[in-house]
Design a protein around this ligand. Structure first.
Ligand code: ZN
Length: 391
C-alpha cells in the first residue's frame, strides 16, 4: 500500500508517522451473519500520521478502494437511554442557540435517519438525509423528512438547506480537504448556511491512550485545531467548537454568508500542544497495551469468564490487539439488530444481555464507561454482580 505522504486536509508534506498497528480488520460495523465470513474480513496495517502544519491526524496506510458502506452496516445508538438523553439535550440546545425552527435541514451521512428525525421533530423543521447506506426501515414515517441514497456531491447544493449537519461521518472520509471543499462549493452565492459537524475527539484518545478508539473505518482523527482549520481553509467561518459525552465527541459550528457572528473566539490547541499529546501517547501506548495483555492473561490463568459489553467499532478496536489470547468469550450488545451477528475480523458472535443470566460472567469489560450505571442497573436486575472494568 502506498503511504499517503501529504496531509489529506491541507496537502502539507510536513507529516510524521507515530503509531502503527498491524493486521487490523478493515471493517467493524458491517453486518455479518457467519463466523467464516467474519474471520475472512481482510486485515491491513494502520498507521497514524500527524500533520505539523494543520494538526490533522490520519491513517497514512488507508486503502481508499474498500467499500465500507453499501453492504449494510449497523451503528444505531438509540437503544440506550443515556445516549437518547444526550442527543436530545444537544439537539435542543443547538436549536435554541440558533433558532432552528421551521427550517430546512440537510444531513450528510444520515445513517438510518435518527438524528434528522429528531431535529425535525424538536424544531418543526423539514429534513433531507443524504447517505449511500441509508436503509428505509425503523423510524416511524415523518412527512417532513426524506432521504436520498447517494454520496454527497456538489449537485446536492440545490437542495433546500438552512442548516447542514454531518455527524460521525467526516472521520470515515480520507480526502477530508476535498470533501469540505465540495460542501463549500455546493453552497452557491454566499448563501447563509449554518453547519454542525460532530466527530470523535482525538485529544481524548491521545490523553488516555484509548487504543480501542483507533480502528480502520476511522481514517481521520480531529482535534478542535485541525477541525476548525479545515473549515477555515475552505471558506467557512467557525463559530464554536466544544466537546461532549465525557470529551469523547468534538463538535464544530460554522457558517457561510449572513450576519450570524461568533460570540466567542474559538480556542484551538496549538501544534506544540498536539505534538506534546502525541509524544506522551507514543511514550505510554505500549505500556497501556502491555498492561491489558497481562491483565487478560491473568484472567485466563484464573479461568475467569470474561465478556465485553458494547459491540461495534470499539470492541473491534480492543479485540484487534487481544483476540489471539482467547480470553473473551462473548460480546454483549443491547442493539437487537446486531445480536446473532459476528464481529468483523474477530469472529465472536454478539449476544443479548439476557444471555448473561445463564452465563454468569466473572468480569465484564465495558467498552464505554459512560454507560456504567445503565449496565450496572441491568446486571442488578438479573441478580448478577460481576467485576466491571470500564474503558
Ligand atoms: Zn495538514
Amino acid at each position: 500500500m502506498i503511504k499517503q505522504t501529504h496531509c489529506p486536509g491541507c496537502n502539507s508534506a510536513d507529516v510524521k508517522e507515530f503509531f502503527e498497528a498491524q493486521n487490523v480488520p478493515v471493517q467493524s460495523v458491517v453486518t455479518i451473519k457467519t463466523f467464516e465470513e467474519a474471520v475472512a474480513v481482510p486485515k491491513k496495517d494502520f498507521t497514524l500520521a500527524f500533520c505539523k502544519n494543520c494538526g490533522f491526524i490520519y491513517n497514512s496506510s488507508f486503502d481508499t478502494t474498500i467499500d465500507h458502506y453499501t453492504k449494510g452496516y449497523e451503528d444505531q445508538q438509540g437503544f440506550s437511554a443515556i445516549f437518547t438523553n444526550f442527543i436530545t439535550r444537544i439537539t435542543q440546545r443547538f436549536i435554541d442557540k440558533y433558532d432552528i425552527n421551521n427550517k430546512d435541514i440537510l444531513e450528510i451521512g444520515c445513517g438510518k435517519g435518527d438524528f434528522l428525525q429528531l431535529i425535525c421533530e424538536l424544531g418543526n423543521n423539514r429534513g433531507i438525509g443524504v447517505d449511500p447506506a441509508y436503509v428505509p426501515s425503523r423510524l416511524k414515517p415523518n412527512q417532513n423528512v426524506r432521504f436520498i441514497k447517494e454520496f454527497y456531491s456538489e449537485k446536492h447544493g440545490e437542495l433546500p438547506a438552512d442548516v447542514i449537519v454531518c455527524r460521525h461521518t467526516l472521520e470515515h472520509i480520507n480526502d477530508t480537504g476535498n470533501f469540505v471543499k465540495t460542501i463549500r462549493k455546493s453552497i452557491k452565492n454566499n448563501k447563509e448556511v449554518l453547519l454542525l459537524f460532530e466527530v470523535p475527539s482525538v485529544v481524548r484518545i491521545l490523553k488516555i491512550n484509548a487504543f480501542w478508539d483507533l480502528y480502520y473505518e476511522h481514517c481521520s482523527y480531529f482535534s478542535n485545531r485541525s477541525l476548525a482549520q479545515l473549515f477555515e481553509m475552505n471558506g467557512f467561518e467557525v463559530l464554536d467548537t466544544y466537546t461532549e459525552y465525557d470529551d469523547q465527541y468534538l463538535f464544530l459550528e460554522a457558517k457561510t454568508g449572513g450576519n450570524i457572528r461568533s460570540k466567542t473566539r474559538v480556542k484551538k490547541e496549538t501544534i506544540e500542544q498536539l505534538s506534546e499529546y502525541i509524544d506522551d501517547f507514543v511514550k505510554n501506548i505500549n505500556q497501556q497495551l502491555g498492561q491489558w495483555h497481562d491483565t487478560l492473561l491473568q484472567m485466563k490463568k484464573q479461568n475467569k469468564k470474561v465478556v465485553i459489553w458494547g459491540g461495534g467499532s470499539k470492541a473491534v478496536g480492543f479485540l484487534t490487539h487481544f483476540n489471539h489470547l482467547e480470553v473473551i468469550g462473548h460480546v454483549v450488545d443491547i442493539n437487537p439488530h446486531i445480536q446473532g451477528n459476528y464481529i468483523p475480523g474477530i469472529g465472536i458472535q454478539y449476544v443479548n444481555p439476557a444471555f448473561l443470566r445463564e452465563y454468569k460472567p466473572d468480569t465484564i469489560i465495558v467498552m464505554n464507561g459512560i454507560y456504567k450505571n445503565e449496565i450496572s442497573k441491568e446486571l442488578h436486575e438479573m441478580n448478577l454482580s460481576p467485576e466491571l472494568i470500564c474503558l
